[in-house]
Design a protein around this ligand. Structure first.
Ligand SMILES: *Cc1c(COP(=O)(O)O)cnc(C)c1O
Length: 397
């Protein structure tokens, strides 16, 4: 037996000793990809605001006007918390994603938990990539379905698990993957995965947290990695997208067939038993999604990504294969990552220092994220500071 206070203090001391203790930085927002920390203005390369929409003046105005509808939804969507502005946002989402219908959730975490738990249960199987986001893993856990995992992006490993799942029971199989991996920035081989799902009668669910707004097809340029892989509603029937990343706001959606959405509204507990999205948030999101359609934001972002990669490679920085807005530098050791991130902060740049358990042991990394709002000069500045910090830490010679 341990007292609560002793238990908490011991566990926290262990975390600190492992260099894994996390703390909040208190930021003051600044215009553009910038923030003020401890009185110093920093250029942020750590946010998921990939299109610069979080501080877009038109989004802020729309959100302020939205607040005139009431500060909060006052009830769940199914009781009396669903307004006209929510309907307009859902319609905009179906337009951008090319899906029949959509449903709004309070966050991506809740959407993933709710969808998986609603679709599978005891006697079913959830197949997951080992690097899937925590919310997909947790959704699988609470569903009661058996979880089977495969090595990251390994199609052979995936097929082995699908065969296993098909062989042993007559239940349903859900394959859940990130479209773009949040800590690696690489994309899932979705076309091949969809083909395997068709062969083994499995349902494909794609988490577009980092694909929505960032990539797409000619017909659906902002829809995400599913559209970029050429998959329609039949081959990728369950799409989850967040509104807190490229849309710069908060909340999430699921898009798919009318039947899927009708079903989730009846059975997804994280949709039913929670307060609806504040109408002001819906209004801000709607304006952000309109801007995604009207402005060449994703194109600008792609240019910045290419510029960063070209110049980072010229400096000999250890890039990964990512072509998304997420550009990690895997350094391995927690201490070096913290040290380099600290030096960058002194030079005026904020980057994420990502350590286990968010990433596997031995793969601690700097998570650099790019935005359409970054200028080339800001990227040059980051790369110079980065090269200097990596030399000081003897990662670069
Ligand atoms: C951020 C994220 C989520 C959770 O979305 P929130 O809206 O922040 O709760 C889910 N999946 C992935 C891959 C994410 O990166």
């Amino acid at each position: 037996m341990t007292s609560l206070q002793d238990f908490l203090k011991t566990r926290l001391a262990e975390r600190r000793a492992q260099q894994l203790y996390r703390s909040h930085k208190t930021l003051t927002a600044a215009p553009g990809p910038a923030a003020v920390v401890d009185g110093h203005e920093l250029v942020t390369f750590s946010s998921n605001d990939y299109l610069g929409l979080a501080t877009h003046p038109q989004v802020i105005t729309a959100q302020q006007r939205g607040a005139e509808l009431g500060a909060g939804a006052t009830a769940s969507h199914l009781v009396n918390g669903h307004f006209e502005i929510h309907e307009q946002l859902k319609n905009k989402i179906t337009e951008i994603t090319g899906r029949e219908a959509a449903l709004l959730f309070g966050s991506g975490y809740m959407a993933n938990m709710g969808v998986i738990n609603a679709l599978v249960g005891r006697g079913d199987v959830v197949v997951q990539d080992k690097l899937n986001h925590a919310s997909l893993i947790d959704g699988g856990r609470i569903s009661g379905a058996q979880s089977l995992r495969f090595a990251h992006n390994d199609l052979d490993g995936l097929e082995i698990q699908l065969k296993r799942a098909r062989g042993k029971n007559s239940g349903n199989i859900l394959l859940a993957v990130d479209g773009v991996y949040s800590m690696d920035g690489d994309t899932a081989p979705l076309a091949q995965m969809a083909a395997l799902c068709a062969r083994y009668d499995a349902w494909l669910m794609v988490d577009e947290a980092h694909g929505f707004g960032v990539m797409g097809s000619d017909a659906y340029p902002s829809a995400g990695s599913v559209a970029a892989a050429g998959l329609d509603q039949d081959s990728a029937p369950i799409v989850m997208g967040t509104l807190g990343k490229a849309a710069g706001n908060g909340g999430a959606f699921v898009a798919g067939s009318q039947a899927l959405i009708d079903y989730l509204a009846q059975f997804a507990r994280t949709y039913i038993y929670t307060t609806g999205m504040p109408p002001a948030v819906a209004a801000g999101c709607l304006r952000a999604l309109e801007l995604m359609q009207q402005e060449p934001l994703a194109e600008t972002l792609q240019q910045r990504i290419a510029y960063f990669r070209r110049n980072a490679a010229a400096k000999g920085l250890p890039l990964e294969s990512s072509t998304s807005a997420i550009q990690p530098l895997v350094l391995g050791c927690e201490k070096i990552v913290l040290n380099v991130a600290g030096q960058l902060q002194k030079s005026g740049y904020l980057v994420g220092a990502i350590r286990p358990p968010t990433v596997p042991a031995g793969t601690a990394r700097l998570r650099i994220t790019l935005s359409a709002a970054h200028s080339e000069a800001q990227i040059d500045g980051l790369l110079n500071a980065l090269a200097a910090a990596l030399r000081t830490s003897e990662v670069l010679v």
